[in-house]
Design a protein around this ligand. Structure first.
Ligand code: F6R
Length: 275
């Protein structure tokens, strides 16, 4: 029997290190393609951000070249800025339409993001939780990670059991995302985000992080103590979480050799190893 990193009974954080950003995105896309093929009714949790763009490009390619069918899938995005209309170029709805939804065959009625323009934001958060529940919960949640350890927009000190709510963004996040708005001054200061508790309820988590600027936070998230100061550490409590990183983002991982060895030997990953 193989014991995976962080395994306890069937609780598993699997870390997979690929050579570069392209190979890491390819692996994540292949996992997603396999899951969609296995279950056409998959309920997918989606993320935005620079890191995900390569993954969405590959999903579009799989749709166009291999006929990957999203028509029965439902999607729930992690977050949306408060105060941005769907057609604002900084809005996550705009990002998703552009990078994925309009490029493949999702039924638009099945694609969900929190409404950051809602008059009653608290009611909107409760509504979002309700629609996720009505869909039967999220089967597979795609995640990125912020430099401050956020998943979704769960900034430091987000309660580990938190639900969908409005969060004030940290200066680190404002700085990280400012280029999309032509400067931090033009950026919304708040966002609606699924809570850490909401994320932990999905059936599988798949986190992708690339680049040297994520190395420190990835080491803390995967190998550090669980703390609400780094929301991603909560993933260590998830029954099935796969973390895919490239070599630069893996630089600070103490268990890197072990993770490489597991990926090379664990039968489950055989079909995902590239020749
Ligand atoms: C956005 C989201 C965020 C990003 C994270 C990384 O929907 O969930 O947690 O995944 O901020 O962003 P990038 O990929 O731009 O570094």
């Amino acid at each position: 029997m193989f014991i995976r990193a962080g395994s306890w009974l069937n609780f598993v954080v699997e870390v997979i290190i690929r050579a570069d950003e392209a190979a890491a995105a390819r692996l994540v896309a292949r996992i997603l393609v396999k899951e969609v093929r296995a279950n056409p009714h998959l309920v997918l949790g989606l993320a935005t951000g620079r890191t995900m763009e390569a993954v969405y490009r590959l999903l579009v390619e799989a749709h166009r070249q291999e006929g990957l069918d999203f028509s029965l899938c439902r999607t729930f995005n992690l977050d949306e800025y408060v105060g941005l209309a769907a057609d604002h170029p900084g809005a996550y709805r705009y990002y998703m339409n552009r990078h994925l939804f309009e490029q493949v065959n999702f039924d638009p009625r099945n694609t969900h993001l929190p409404n950051g323009m809602a008059k009653d934001l608290e009611a909107e958060c409760a509504r979002y939780e309700h629609v996720i529940e009505k869909a039967g919960g999220i089967d597979l949640q795609l995640l990125g990670i912020g430099r401050d350890g956020h998943i979704g927009f769960n900034e430091p000190l987000s309660a580990l059991r938190s639900r969908t709510r409005v969060k004030a963004l940290t200066p680190t996040t404002l700085e990280q995302n400012a280029p999309c708005f032509g400067g931090a001054d033009n950026m919304p200061r708040r966002a609606i985000t699924m809570g850490v508790g909401t994320i932990l309820e999905c059936r599988r988590c798949l986190l992708l992080a690339t680049g040297a600027e994520k190395a420190e936070v990835i080491a803390r998230a995967v190998e550090g103590p669980i703390t609400s100061m780094v929301s991603a550490t909560a993933l260590q409590l998830h029954p099935r979480c796969t973390v895919v990183v490239d070599e630069p983002a893996a630089r600070r991982l103490e268990g890197a050799d072990y993770y490489h060895w597991i990926f090379a030997n664990e039968p489950e990953w055989e079909e995902f190893r590239e020749s």
